[in-house]
Ligand binder design. Structure first.
Ligand code: SAM
Length: 264
């Protein structure tokens, strides 16, 4: 009761409140690192007031839209995009749920005058045969068909209200069907799709990543998915490239760097 009162009043003192909330989270240092970087990076070609406005918008999204990520996770990708906005190519999100991450990426896409492609079934997870995930964070996840369902209308409404809908291109359907026709240059991808089979489909897009681009994933804590990330044979036989380097930022969050000249 008392803590609710404190939180209510503390909200008035944003951004101090965000920092306090951040300190309660698990990725304290990572969150602070990316907040500071967003505010002071010389590589970001936005005014300080625009950067602060972006942070406030992200905070508002977290307050109003249910999501399955922590503040640092999309922020890391957003900072990468803002610092590298001169790279050719669009942004792509695989796995939108209710559209919280989509809204965050969309405001950054607008700031950089880039397109954001949003791939999802808008019906939740598909059928699958993955084992029950005993995550490296110590909890167990049993993914069922339809989990994490955000309908198209829900996502549309959330992104319209809190994001930049004009920057988004929505691609509806299971990745197995939708991804094979895509062939546009990408400078950043954020994937949060939980399942090995979904990653196998999504990674068909890896060759679309331009040189210098990055592919962020929020699923490194799921052992079966991680095993796919580091499986040389998968990358060589199924994707036709040498395994890309995976850099972990936390137990859940990491990014793959593009392979030089992969699109040529
Ligand atoms: C964990 S949720 C994404 C959470 C979101 N990134 C967030 O942080 O709020 C996983 C999403 O991936 C989508 N998804 C997973 N596998 C899919 C597939 N094979 N085809 C289409 N969508 C898929 C689900 O519909 C769901 O929206």
């Amino acid at each position: 009761m008392l803590s609710k009162q404190v939180a209510k009043h503390a909200r008035k003192f944003f951004p101090a409140y965000v920092i306090v909330r951040t300190l309660k989270g698990k990725s304290v240092l990572l969150t602070l690192k990316f907040i500071v970087r967003l505010l002071i990076s010389k590589r970001i070609r936005l005014s300080l007031s625009h950067r602060i406005a972006l942070l406030i918008q992200m905070y508002r999204i977290d307050q109003n839209v249910p999501s399955a990520h922590s503040f640092d996770e999309y922020l890391a990708c957003c900072v990468f995009i803002l610092e590298n906005d001169t790279l050719e190519g669009s942004i792509l999100e695989a796995g939108a749920y209710k559209g919280a991450g989509t809204a965050k990426l969309s405001i950054v896409a607008r700031a950089c005058r880039k397109k954001l492609f949003v791939f999802d079934s808008f019906a939740g997870l598909p059928n699958h045969s993955d084992p029950v995930a005993i995550t490296t964070l110590g909890y167990t996840r049993r993914f069922a068909k339809g989990d994490y369902c955000g309908t198209f209308n829900e996502v549309l409404s959330n992104v319209t209200k809190y994001g930049a809908i004009e920057s988004c291109v929505f691609v509806r359907g299971y990745f197995e069907e939708t991804i094979r026709d895509f062939n546009e240059p990408l400078m950043a991808v954020f994937s949060d799709v939980d399942l090995v089979s979904s990653y196998k489909s999504c990674f068909q897009l890896f060759p679309c990543l331009v040189e210098g681009g990055k592919w962020f994933t929020q699923d490194a804590h799921i052992p079966a998915v991680y095993n796919l990330f580091v499986d040389d044979r998968f990358w060589e036989n199924d994707i036709g490239i040498k395994k890309p380097q995976l850099t972990l930022l936390s137990r859940r969050l990491g990014y793959f760097s593009s392979i030089p000249a992969i699109r040529s």
